[in-house]
Design a binder for this molecule. Sequence first.
Ligand code: CAA
Length: 380
Amino acid sequence: MQLHLTEEQQMMKKMVQDFAADRVAAATPHMEATDEFPHELIRSMGELGLMGIPIPENYGGSGMDFTSYITAIHEISKVNPAVGVILSVHTSVGTNPILYFGSEAQKEKYVPKLASGEYVGAFALTEPGAGSDAKAMKTTAVKDGEAYVLNGSKVFITNGGAADTYIVFAKTNPAAGAKGVTAFIVEKDTPGFQVGKKEKKMGLRGSNTTELIFEDARVPEENRLGEEGEGFKIAMANLDAGRIGIAAQSLGIAEGALEAATAYADERKQFGKPIGEQQGVAFKLADMATAVEASRLLTYQAAGLRDHGRTTVKEASMAKLYASKTAVETAIEAVQVFGGYGFTTEYPVERFFRDAKVCEIYEGTNEIQKHVISRELLQD
Ligand code: CAA
């Protein structure tokens, strides 16, 4: 299906497709073999304007719309979803909170560096005891003169260790629940802040996932993002956009797996004809393609609504829920179409299989997405 992309969006799509086929594909074997963050690739993406696609030009971004940004995550993730999530987290939840909730001084200081790719951004909400129940966080921030002193730890932080700035959420009033949460911009060299254990993951190799540790970390007051007590809303509002990014990443995985399986089904012969002409495989492809199209519609619809200034709480959750489920199911079926070869690293489907699962978990599990969707329905 050809979505009605504008000429500018089409140009972005083509540029990213070429970049992904060339540079992202070339970086992938090293990322897979070493699990190293692709700094060089990210620098190149910055030079092309990909690290600040929806950021206004006056803050050093490309000044394009949200749909163009989603197109980039989608196309990159078709080749390597680990690069897709680096881009999504950097932009949606690593840069946008400063753009939307920062003071003019904070925007001028940080956004151009993030938008150009000179800085990588990260978002630190989750804690060992506060995943789905984000407001149960235990990290505290206590005012001390001109600074806040942060103590606690964060886990599963995408871009951890590779990032220059972290949007960190901590309790300034632990008795006040969600209203006691405050957001901070924490620079990587802040005294008392350190990056902890790097997770060894099932997939997304090359995308860092780390612990963060705060031991009397002194964050200057000027780095408080928004007012005291506004942090939870800042987190939630930015996750709305972030979830569309993860939907686009999931769509990329599903489409990449479908295209690989279709090409293989056309070429692989058993019982004297291509396996794609045999109903067991043909029907799999039909089901996969249908779910991919539905994911595409939900994802681009949510992105389009944002471009029209609409809130997308329900639509973002629906897109993320459906597209991530499709990524997992499509990747499993693609491995099945490839048979024994699908279980080897010779073809990309085993990587898609490993990379897909976390899409149903991060930026809110799919159970949390159902909670958000149903709550929105009942409020309507
Ligand atoms: N936009 C703005 N404000 C919002 C909001 C939204 N979408 N959703 C909630 N809020 C506000 C509410 O209005 C409320 O404020 P008031 O009291 O002033 O009305 C406040 O936030 C508290 O909200 P709730 O009462 O709804 O809080 P809750 O505890 O019932 O539930 C939740 C919230 C939806 C379950 C939430 O905790 C949640 O989304 N959990 C999942 C956490 C998550 O997504 N983590 C992702 C980590 S980042 C990541 O994964 C990145 C990566 O690596 C890829």
